[in-house]
Design a protein around this ligand. Sequence first.
Ligand code: PMT
Length: 406
Amino acid sequence: MTLLNGKHIVLGVCGGIAAYKSVELCRLLVDAGAHVAPIMTSDAEHFIGKVTLSALASEPVHTTLWDDADPIPHTRLGQRADLIVVAPTTARVLGAYAAGISSDLLTATLIATRAPVLVCPAMHTEMWEHPAVQENIATLRRRGVNVLDPESGRLAGGDIGAGRLADPQRIFDEIVQLLPPGDLYGTHVVVTAGGTREPIDAVRVIANRSSGKQGYAIAAEANARGAKVTLISTVELAVPFGVTLIQVETAQQMQDAVNMSAQQADVVVMAAAVADMRPVVTSTSKMKKNPKTGVIDGLESIALEATPDILANLGASKRVGQVLVGFAAETENLVANAQAKLQRKNVDLIVANNVADTGVGFGHETNAVTLVANGAEPVVVGLSDKRSIAKSVMDAVVLIRSHSTH
Ligand code: PMT
């Protein structure tokens, strides 16, 4: 399921008998594709073990402001979160949050975030109905904090009444309401990244300068917008949580992997720099230098042949409604060359980068592109980081999809 793909959720767990239900909630969130960062208060550790949540969540449990490798974990956790859910929330944490007191990592994170917060109180009926708790709840609601009221039922010690933590599935449904799925939810996006390497012998290859950063940024963006993402790459960088990585090396391997993944895909983005030519003959052992002549016998020249044109093959078998995106690495006549590629390879969008310009294309953290689509004016996206470029590319993809489905 990809309902929460790419969403960062902080799961706060306070010390109450209902803490065990946070384990089930954590599993529901992770299964839905969310990245879950758990925070436990010291009291919560009396009820469940840190190992349990660490094993199920996307990163180890955070417990204090002081033990983390990060010197300011609360701001990092709070800034990165798309949502913070606290389940169960005790009267103490409600009170501290309402009063703006940051006495531990969880309360500090709650105060340090601008993300939506969902608190799920759980406590004995007498405590829940206490005017102080009710006033704190009212204060938090007034400030825009979402409160999922506790249910009535069996409480600790056999008592019955209001104060029981809402069912994990209800909490999950509430989170989904607060985090609507992205505009690529329900789609399968295939992305290629990196430069292919074509072997000459056991140690030498024909390669290019692609780092894979632009392709990875596209995969991360599609993932964050709810797509199921398959990334076919020659390099292994930090794989965004939820993205499936298929590692390849040569153009032929990339073609085979694309053939397997792309048939049912809704969108294919060819950001990889695929070698156009490869050696006709390759040696499985290392070719040796001749000590007398100083040259490698048999390597005075290399006979080359064309690799498969993966994008053109995709264009030739394009399904109705499928969106194909190619890149064009050019050093001159950017738009004219991109338009020619658009027609020749039967694709919907060409992302053209002038790789002769400073900070553009191969290896850089930044890129600058012109988006060339059929029947539309080219759109220039100025020099920016590769994730911002990826956003513009996926915006264009969403627009093309909306035209083809209406
Ligand atoms: O990886 P980075 O360091 O972040 O750099 C990003 C990038 C410069 C590699 C990227 O922005 C880019 O331009 N990728 C495409 C590079 C390229 O191969 O351009 P091209 O004009 O040669 O190819 C046109 C299109 O056909 C590309 O989508 C390419 O993936 C595809 N192609 C090319 C040859 C081939 N045999 N098969 C293909 O599918």
